[in-house]
Design a protein around this ligand. Structure first.
Ligand code: GUN
Ligand code: FE
Length: 492
């Protein structure tokens, strides 16, 4: 999590099934002089006789391949509402904005427009894997699965379960049995379009405890056990929500324990938010090996709180990133990674400690550098901050671990899938740029030519956007295999 492995002047080879088969510096012992040399070198050293397509970053030193992003928590059904949340907090936000938009997706015509736009948009942001909430409607949830398959986005598709009378009349499951049956209908549909779940996997989705009866939670827990499928839900997002759960299930030790007693905390469970967990709850998640989807943009937008990610990581809990559209206003995981960095710095700033340690030694500091206590205290504050490397880890490998895709996506090791994005930054002088000027449509980041690779990546994290994501390579299903059709890069 704390390292960034930079493979300068390297080549990767990807086979017809989209699997990375080779990785090496090129050419051995010398500088590459051009395209033909590289092809010749690959031909000689890897025993190939040509017939492959080369894709290289353009703009000398301004571009690189980066693993595709993993969004561990996104409501495709709420995509039309991005940016619309006013001053609401979770429970009134749900009633005011969220339940109405989800209800409208009973229309397949509307669902097609919304889901096509959402999948295209997240792909353009470099998201090659996403774990989606659709709605309670089976037909439109199944359509979301079809659209992900067609557009080639690795996806987990959740039919949203919500049966108790805290849900509005117009958006509520008839009964717990019906909700479980409808979940099974979506599972059957996905099994029919992608039998091996090479690309699309069903995910069992109780909306959150306040929306679900105890029989529904038990039914979904039993279904998870018999199917071994993953689970996604929300946990400990907002203090009013937590109070509601306490009134709903007064005999349970905590919000987390409600899920646990219904069989819903498994190693394949992804829990969004987890902003206000107690130490006991964190220990329970750790014991169950359940995963956390950190959704910092959403947590700030609807003012849910500041998630102490460092503590979760220190406890050994696996964490990934979620956009949580439309609690989160952006469908970009780059933005979520940036906000993860910012929230961690806010937490560091709010940490109360010995004021003598506020300035480090040296020019600005009143304290002598041999003040051991002050030094120690400052580093405790600093430790709350997530580094660039950590934020990008959460956006890729961390998310992959949460979704059971470790070793398959999120990196460029041999044997992994070529789920990748081509990033290019803009030169300030426009030299070799995407257009005729450095401040043109190449994107918002300026490079001055003296940056190290690590600094370029930091500039991308904090200043970049989808204009810098030039191409996205992702999976399409061909003859039952996840593969890349040559040239079928997603053109932004
Ligand atoms: N809790 C229950 N439903 C939702 C939802 O749609 N979004 C968020 N952020 N939290 C929820
Ligand atoms: Fe959510």
């Amino acid at each position: 999590p704390t390292g960034l492995e930079i493979l300068d002047n390297h080549a990767l080879a990807v086979d017809g099934h989209g699997v990375i088969t080779h990785r090496a510096a090129f050419p051995p012992g010398g500088a590459a002089t051009g395209y033909d040399d590289v092809v010749g070198w690959v031909g000689r050293n890897w025993g190939w006789d040509g017939g492959f397509e080369w894709v290289r970053p353009g703009g000398e030193g301004r571009g690189w391949w980066f693993p595709g992003f993993v969004d561990t928590h996104i409501h495709a059904s709420q995509y039309p509402n991005v940016g619309i949340f006013g001053k609401t907090t979770l429970l009134d936000w749900l009633n005011t904005y969220t339940f109405p938009i989800e209800s409208s997706l009973s229309s397949l015509t509307k669902a097609r427009r919304v889901y096509s736009a959402c999948v295209s948009r997240t792909l353009s942001h470099g998201t090659t894997t996403a774990s989606y909430y659709a709605t309670k409607h089976v037909a439109s949830t199944n359509l979301l699965a079809d659209i992900c398959l067609e557009k080639g986005q690795r996806a987990f598709i959740g039919r949203v379960c919500m049966d108790n009378d805290l849900n509005p009349d117009y958006l509520r499951d008839e009964s717990p049995e019906q909700a479980v049956e409808d979940t099974k209908a979506t599972i059957a549909h996905i099994d029919s379009i992608d039998p091996t779940h090479a690309l699309i996997t069903p995910i069992i989705t109780p909306r959150f405890v306040p929306s679900c009866s105890s029989p529904l939670l038990s039914g979904l827990g039993a279904l998870a056990k018999e199917s071994a499928l993953p689970i996604q839900t929300h946990l400990s997002e907002n203090t009013s929500e937590i109070a509601l759960v306490r009134r709903q299930f007064p005999a349970h030790d905590s919000y987390s324990h409600v899920y646990d007693t219904h069989g819903l905390l498994t190693p394949r469970t992804v829990l969004a938010h987890c902003v206000h967990l107690s130490l006991e709850e964190r220990m329970l998640l750790k014991e169950r090996k359940s995963k956390v989807s950190h959704c910092p943009v959403s947590n700030t937008s609807i003012s849910s709180g500041l998630c102490p990610v460092r503590e979760l990581l220190d406890d050994g809990i696996e964490v990934g990133l979620g956009t949580d559209v439309s609690g989160g206003y952006s469908s970009s995981i780059l933005v979520a990674a940036r906000e993860a960095a910012m929230v961690s710095r806010t937490l560091a700033a709010l940490t109360v400690e010995d004021t003598r340690s506020d300035e480090k030694e040296g020019q600005w500091g009143a304290e002598a550098s041999n003040d051991v206590a002050a030094k120690h205290s400052t580093s405790a504050k600093d430790r709350k901050k997530l580094s660039v490397e950590e934020c990008l880890y959460l956006a890729t490998k961390g998310g992959a671990k949460c979704l059971g895709l470790e070793g398959k996506v999120g990196g460029f090791e041999v044997g992994m899938q070529w789920d990748a994005q081509l990033v290019e930054l803009d030169a300030v002088d426009g030299e070799g740029g995407a257009d005729d000027g450095g401040d043109g449509d190449g994107g918002p980041v300026e490079l001055w030519g003296m940056e190290t690779w690590g600094e370029k990546v930091a500039k991308w994290l904090f200043c970049g956007d989808d204009r810098n994501t030039k191409k996205v390579f992702h999976s399409i299903l061909l003859n039952g295999y996840a593969t890349r059709k040559p040239g079928r890069a997603f053109e932004v």
